[in-house]
Design a protein around this ligand. Structure first.
Ligand SMILES: [Zn+2]
Length: 394
């Protein structure tokens, strides 16, 4: 079910942004007559989008009835990562009401993973968290053809190329479904619920196994003509250097990413150059980016060096992006961002050094506060916008 006309969409947009309101306020705000707004509200109530919400505070005259988004509206966000599957339920105001998470391996292929996602949604429904299911947003860790609802040539996802993710989920649940790249959706999560709520133009940089960037301009995600905008992990830093999983050499994420940190830390531990990392490797095959953080915090100079080098490389690429599109904020998220302020300090100093003063004056570079929730929030917010007919803020 979707709103029947532009007036209804504007009513729903206003109720989502501003909370419960009286019909007279909505009429004034949207320049509609009282009888027209009454008619549209009655239809929206019949369709299950809005409900009565008690009386407004008396201002001396008659107290008027408030309306609000239905407390039964529910949108599901599915965030498929390389190693984790997160499913969350949000209400009409974009607050999380329930969530669940599992460990996966994206290389298992689309069918078993989407099957797990469907089961997780089923469990949330069985637990009473989905009185209605009004739409599902899905994020996948690769380039997505947004129009077609499938992934296109994803480098780390064998079997996912052109797999009809949207159709598959729609067959299980009769509701609208949209699919987008996970980093784009994390950016949407930051735009609605995170630190970027106050700005129209920002970059969201995810540092996980790889590196990606969500580009938001004028409150809209820039997807590019084939859905691969923001694939900054494959910007070349060097002509030579480590071979990237994309097959080229010298890419940012071949030099710095969760995978690169794991590779470099493991080599340092094996070579005996870092006693701290060597100790952590005992009895294991490889170290992780998390281990690098542990060794760094324990004062290991080699681990600290890896993080600082990585921060400088990321800062260098970001300086190009800042010079190019002049964002008002950069939000850094993803598992590797847990390396925290040491990483951020290095990114900042390199970025400020290499960007034009006008582009960096008043440019906050901050760590995401949404953590693992950014993906599910963004996925659910995307489908909520679609179902309620919410246009981007202008
Ligand atoms: Zn590459």
């Amino acid at each position: 079910m979707q709103p029947e006309n532009a007036h209804q969409a504007r009513v729903l947009t206003s109720l989502r942004r501003n909370g419960p309101q009286a019909a007279v306020e909505l009429a004034a705000q949207l320049s509609l007559s009282r009888s027209k707004i009454g008619q549209e509200l009655a239809r929206l109530e019949e369709m299950g989008f809005v409900e009565r919400a008690g009386k407004a505070e008396s201002r001396g005259g008659r107290r008027s009835g408030l309306v609000q988004l239905s407390g039964r509206l529910r949108f599901v966000g599915v965030d498929i990562g390389a190693t984790s599957l997160d499913v969350g339920v949000i209400d009409g105001r974009l607050d999380i009401v329930a969530q669940t998470s599992e460990v996966i391996d994206i290389e298992a292929g689309p069918e078993p993973i989407l099957c797990r996602a469907v089961e997780m949604i089923g469990k949330l429904r069985a637990a009473g968290h989905l009185p209605t299911l009004d739409g599902i947003g899905v994020g996948v860790p690769g380039p997505v053809s947004f129009r077609d609802g499938f992934t296109v040539s994803p480098p780390i996802m064998p079997g996912w190329d052109r797999f009809p993710v949207r159709e598959h989920i729609m067959q299980q649940f009769e509701c609208p479904v949209l699919v987008d790249n996970d980093v784009n959706l994390m950016a949407v999560g930051e735009m609605y619920s995170g630190l970027a709520q106050s700005v129209a133009d920002f970059l969201f940089v995810k540092i996980g196994t790889g590196i990606g960037c969500g580009i938001v301009t004028g409150h809209r995600v820039l997807r590019g003509s084939n859905g691969s905008a923001g694939d900054v992990g494959h910007i070349a830093l060097h002509d030579t250097g480590p071979v990237c999983r994309c097959g080229r050499t010298g890419c940012l994420e071949a030099c710095f990413s969760g995978a690169a940190l794991s590779r470099d830390a493991t080599a340092l531990a094996r070579g005996g150059e870092s006693p701290g990392l060597r100790e952590l490797l005992a009895g294991r095959d490889v170290l992780t980016a998390e281990d690098v953080g542990v060794a760094m915090r324990a004062g290991d100079p080699q681990a600290l060096g890896l993080v600082r080098d990585g921060g400088r490389r990321l800062g260098r690429v970001l300086s190009g992006l800042v010079n190019f599109c002049n964002p008002a904020m950069i939000v850094v998220g993803g598992g590797v961002s847990k390396l925290g302020h040491v990483l951020l300090a290095e990114v900042r100093s390199e970025l400020y050094r290499r960007s034009t003063p006008l582009a960096t004056s008043n440019l906050p570079i901050v760590l995401s506060e949404l953590g693992d929730n950014a993906g599910i929030l963004g996925a659910a917010a995307m489908i909520s916008d679609h179902v309620l007919g919410v246009p981007p803020e202008s």
